[in-house]
Every structure is written in C-alpha cells, then in structure tokens.
Design a binder for this molecule. Structure first.
Ligand SMILES: Nc1ncnc2c1ncn2[C@@H]1O[C@@H]2COP(=O)(O)O[C@H]2[C@H]1O
Length: 481
C-alpha cells in the first residue's frame, strides 16, 4: 500500500505517466480497498487528467462499480472530476483572455458563464461528450435526456410516436448568457430553438420594447424557417436571453425534413406562428410603437400613416438637393441594423454566432433602411407636418417626380425633400409588407382549398367507382337472367 501511495505521489509530479497509472490504481484500490490518503491521491490524479475524455472517467467508474459496487462514492468522484476538468478549462480560457487582453467585462462574463456551468453541473461541450457513441446508443441517451422536455411542449402533444424520436436525434444543446441575442431581426433564419430552461424576450429592434416572453417548454425561430413572415426567410423579431438559457437547437434542414414526414405537426406550427405574428402586432400597437418598426419586418404598423396620395413634396432647390445627394446617398443601403447595433446595444454580448450572422441582415439593403430613431434624427419634421397647398406629387415607379408650384418650404429644401423621400420609401415598404402578408394568407388558403378539392375528388372517385361497380353487377345479373 505504501508503494502504491508513493506511486501516486510520484505520478502527481509527473503528469505524463498519469494516463496509464490512474486506471490501474483505481482498479487496485477497488479490489484491495485503500486508505483515505491513497484515495485522495487518486482523486487528485483523476482531477489532473484534464484533457481526458468523459469516456475515461466513465471507464473508471464502470471498473470500480464492477468490482466493488460502491457506486455512490464513485459518482461523487466523477462529479468532482467533472468540476476539475471544467475548472481546468476555465484556467486555460482565463490565461488566453489575459494573453489576448480581452476586455475586463468580457472576461467577467466568461467567468460567470463557467460559474453557471458549475452550478447547474453542465458540461461546456455536452453534446460532444456523447459523440463517440454509436448512433443507436446516442439516440437512446438523447431520448432519455430530451424527450421529457419535448413531451411537455404543447406543440408536440399527440404527435405521432416516431416524430419526437426523430427530432431528438437532431437536437443540439446550447447555453446563452444574460443579455445575449439569440437572433436578430432581419437575419436569415437558419435554426429553430426549443427552450429547455430559462426565459427570453422577443424584442423590437432597439431592444427597448418587449413584445413577448418565451418560457421553458416553448420554441421560437420557426417563422422565418417556414417563410411565414412578410420578410420571407428573415427573422421577424429579435430574441434576447433574460438570464442564462438552455436551448435545444434544430437546423432548418432537419426541421423541414421532419415536418415533411409529419404534416400535422407543420400545420400546428404554422397556426401558432400566425398567432405569434398577430400577438406581436397587437403588442406593438398597444405599446404605441408607431410607424414601421425595423425590428419587425413581418409586422407592419400602418396606423397613423398618411396615405401615399396625401404625401406632400416640398419645393426643391435643385442645387441644394444635388449637393445633398452627392454627400448622402439616400437610396444606398444604410448600415445593417445588426451591424449598426452591433455589440454596442448588446452590451456584454459575446455570442460568436451573433457576430457572424450580422452580415445576413436584409434590412441593410432594402426595406427598413432606417430605424424609426434614424428617421427622427434625419428628418426632424416629418412630411406630414407640412402644408400640402399648391403642391402635387406624381409617382413613377419608386421615383417621385416633383411638380412644385413654388410654395415656401417650412424646412430647408433639402431636409424637406429628405423627409419626404424617407416617408415615401417607408410607405412603399409598408405596402410591400401588407402585400406579402396578404399573399402569404392567400397561399395558405389556396393550399387549404386545394386539399379540400382533393378530398372531394377522392370522394367522388370513390363514389363513382362504387356506382360503376354496382352498374356492372346489375348488368351481369341481367345477362345471367
Ligand atoms: N409574439 C410572439 N410571441 C412569441 N414568440 C414570438 C412572437 N413574435 C415573434 N416570436 C418568435 O421570435 C422569432 C424571431 O425569429 P423568427 O421570425 O424566425 O420566429 C420568431 C418567433 O418564433
């Protein structure tokens, strides 16, 4: 035993040999029994083994369990081992952050994230831990871990037996920190999320207005994947994590594959998506967020707008307009909402995905080029406040031709023109959005009508084939007679 202790101590100094020695020592201890101090040394050795895969620990656990049946203490050891490995990972990350001079607040955020992992006994790479298993075993483990969550979700109630099992296999696990944006308005939707733990807010562009709260057992991010918003495959809102959230992620392709096989689940999801869009619209209206909100391309608030034909164009001083246009390209893409908001509004947001996704924002080049605040800033007095006497506007395509009768502008000509153009552009976008909403509804109704027609046709075919059968029988009978 003494020899064994010495061996352990030596090994402690020479980590190089630990890999071969630890399992042996554990085995020997398990078989022979050991003093407390030897056990402590062994524990330490296990903890030092920071880079070992989970499988190593599992092996040891299995070994000990096989020979002694003392699973409790082994489980404790496995837990401690887990702690040590995570702590060692944190040490590595800390060293890296110091070396790379990562800002202090970001360092704190990372450390807090590790704290959260410890508290909840989560592994920073949970999914990777079971990647080494063959598919069938992996499926069994995943089902054990996630099925419960999925079964509690209303959307998945009464779904066919195979549906959840297929879904479970495609899920990935991610953790978000407080204040992280999981998705941003206008990004192309590539994933759907199921909330395992935690709470999230659906927010408008600037993050100030909370449109809805998403809780554990719900899901989000499906609207863009199902192309149901007026912005097609773009996110209709931003979603921000309130505290730490534990999400299950499903890729677009995987979701669509599964839904193809289970159309009933798709219909349910579409129905819920409509409800969400309606709810957000209502919330926007109630919160008095006027005008088109950049954050919700799928949600157009038309109340309080002036009709296109009522928009007025102030007289133009051609020179000043040209000068202005040269300096500020009105129709050139404004900065993407994601990029412009960037990480500034996200505060301590460190999610790498968020940064990477920012490029996708559609609004940068098209519809909501300017947020409502931008517009206020650029056009201190909107065109609606201007008198419309003596002026007319004619529209040709997207361009506005100005037919001015020389009325005195209240604003400087260029400012007024700018305000006008922004306003008209906004109105056009709004019309486009309305149009898209209606188109989506029409498509949905068309599909329903088509389904119904198919049913009726089937029914008629069935009936006619029965009646023709009867006719035949009748004729046969007659011929026999
Ligand atoms: N009112 C709402 N309630 C709950 N979730 C919403 C609401 N509005 C939008 N969402 C979710 O926020 C998601 C943002 O990305 P998607 O548009 O892909 O899908 C959206 C919905 O899943």
């Amino acid at each position: 035993m003494l020899q064994l202790e010495q061996k352990c101590c030596k090994t402690r100094q020479s980590v190089v040999h630990r890999v071969e020695i630890v399992p042996r020592v554990v085995r020997v201890l398990a078989i022979e029994g050991a003093t407390e101090s030897v056990r402590t040394n062994v524990k330490h050795l296990e903890h030092v083994q920071v880079q070992g895969s989970r499988g190593d620990v599992a092996d040891k656990v299995a070994d000990v369990r096989d020979t002694t049946g003392r699973s409790d203490s082994v489980e404790n050891e496995a837990e401690e081992s887990f702690d040590w490995r995570e702590r060692a990972k944190l040490d590595g990350v800390k060293a890296y952050m110091r070396l790379r001079r990562v800002p202090q607040d970001l360092q704190i955020k990372v450390i807090k994230w590790f704290d959260y992992l410890w508290l909840t006994q989560k592994c920073s790479e949970e999914d990777k831990a079971i990647n080494c298993l063959p598919d069938k075993l992996k499926a069994e483990v995943a089902i054990h871990v996630y099925l419960d969550t999925l079964q509690k979700m209303s959307i998945f109630q009464n779904t066919e037996a195979g549906f959840l099992r297929e879904l479970v296999l495609k899920l990935r696990h991610v953790l978000y920190s407080p204040g992280d944006y999981i998705c941003r308005t206008g990004e192309v939707g590539k994933e759907m999320y199921i909330v395992n733990k935690g709470r999230l807010h659906v927010v408008t562009d600037n993050g100030d207005t909370v449109l809805a709260t998403i809780r554990a057992g719900s899901y989000f991010g499906e609207i863009s994947i199902l192309n149901m918003g007026t912005a097609g495959n773009r996110r209709t809102a931003s979603v921000r994590s309130v505290g730490y959230t534990d999400l299950l992620v499903l890729n677009k392709e995987d979701l669509l594959d599964v839904l193809k096989e289970f159309p009933a689940a798709r219909s349910k999801m579409e129905e819920e998506a409509w409800n969400k869009l309606e709810k957000s619209k209502k919330a926007l209206r109630e919160k008095g967020t006027m005008g088109r909100c950049q954050s919700t391309p799928g949600l157009v608030e038309s109340r309080g707008r002036i009709p296109l034909e009522n928009t007025c164009i102030s007289p133009v001083n051609t020179k000043s307009t040209q000068a202005y246009s040269a300096g500020h390209s009105l129709f050139s893409p404004s900065p993407s909402p994601v990029t412009s908001r960037g990480f500034a509004s996200a505060g301590n947001n460190v999610n790498v995905n968020n940064g990477a996704r920012s490029m996708d924002s559609p609004m940068s080049a098209t519809s909501s080029g300017h947020s409502s605040e931008d517009q206020t800033a650029r056009a201190p007095q909107s065109a609606t406040t201007q008198p419309s006497t003596g002026r007319q506007s004619t529209h040709s395509g997207n361009m506005t031709q100005l037919v001015s009768e020389g009325a005195t502008p209240l604003l400087g000509a260029s400012e007024a023109l700018l305000a006008e153009i922004i306003h008209i552009r906004e109105r056009l976008i709004s019309l486009e959005s309305d149009n898209a909403t209606l188109s989506a509804k029409v498509i949905k109704q068309e599909r329903e009508v088509q389904n119904r027609l198919d049913e009726i046709q089937m029914h008629i075919c069935g009936a006619s084939s029965t009646s023709s059968l009867e006719d035949n029988n009748e004729r046969n009978r007659e011929s026999i007679i």
